[in-house]
Design a protein around this ligand. Sequence first.
Ligand code: A2P
Length: 413
Amino acid sequence: MNGPVSIEVLRQHLIDPEICIRCNTCEETCPVDAITHDDNNYVVKADICNGCMACVPPCPTGAIDNWRTVLKADAYPIEEQFTWDVLPEQNTMAVPAADDSPGAGASGDTSADASGIEVDTVRGAVVPPWSAAKPYVNLYTHKAPTTATVVGNYRLTDSTTDSDIHHIVLDFGSMPFPVLEGQSIGILPPGASADGRAHHARPYSVASPRDGERPGYNNVSLTVKRVSEQHGDAIDGVCSNYLCDLKKGDVVNVIGPFGSTFLMPNHPNSHLLMICTGTGSAPMRAMTEYRRRRRLKGATGKLMLFFGARTKEELPYFGPLTNLPKDFIDTNLAFSRTPGQAKRYVQDAMRERAVDVANMLRDDNTHIYVCGLKGMEDGVLQALREIGEQHQMDWDALWAKLKREGRLHLETY
Ligand code: A2P
């Protein structure tokens, strides 16, 4: 006679290839390295994922939050996930009822908490500020994009530099495309990759405020750097070159909007501490411009900006930024390659302004935004720690509070 048959069931974590914008956030966030990618898809290794959920809140599209109940022995291998264009349907096989909540024991008999890993491994907040407006996300997808017309394309960086950064304005005409400062949109470049698959969308942060690049118009602006090299090798960035070469009147396929946490507070006495490099200035421009427009309607919170670039000639928006009134925004620029001057990073500039940064850190109305090069994230967090501790603040406690309250947002790449 046969003994009882043990059927191990897995709540398998999967990523929806139709919605995913390949922004790498999940792979960076995963504390156990269960997520990987190839040129086609981001995928989850079933034998490593422990369902800790750390990757779910930071995902800008929600593509990460997909689960299928499968027999453990039949879990989809990553080689198969790499080939998917759409997720498989939930198999209707008879399996014991599983807890439907996504975080529930992703590895069948193993509790999600067994590893002791908590969502707290994420370095920034996974919730928006309490007063942020409610964002729309995923109104347009890879399968059903919308179109926008190019109404402007201007080079932002000095013609004497190799760094080619453009300010591109896209108009949606009569199609609804509501965006908030801090959100991004996806651009679908035409054509296909070497294996014949259509290019995936590339995400770009919106550089304009919610009421339009031009107030009252249904348009957005983007800050795009032409990518011509990566890790020292010459490459042609498919989407950045496409965007930087666009002419007025060209029509672009767009998806999105994306992002539901890197959003600005809306209470008028909230302070913004913004730290960025290069094109990471896009969301800071959007927030600053919104506050500039809103200031006329009574916003009183402080704005403090730390902005790093190689030289003044390579800093996007240098002219308009330096013309903003000093009593509106406290702007601190850090240049790393000005001939004859010492290399200076944003974190150096923050240390020089430690007393004022500390005053902002002490205030519960302060919201911190960091956007730009991956490398600066450590440096900026370290500078915040040092400044806090020099001013008798317990940084670890403050850091946890900032995250809990949706007041520390990191977007680096
Ligand atoms: P660097 O001169 O060392 O490259 P980019 O032009 O490549 O987008 O970079 C924008 C700015 O960010 C540059 O001034 C660059 O300096 C600077 N940067 C590079 N690495 C870091 C880092 N780890 N922390 C802060 N800033 C950085």
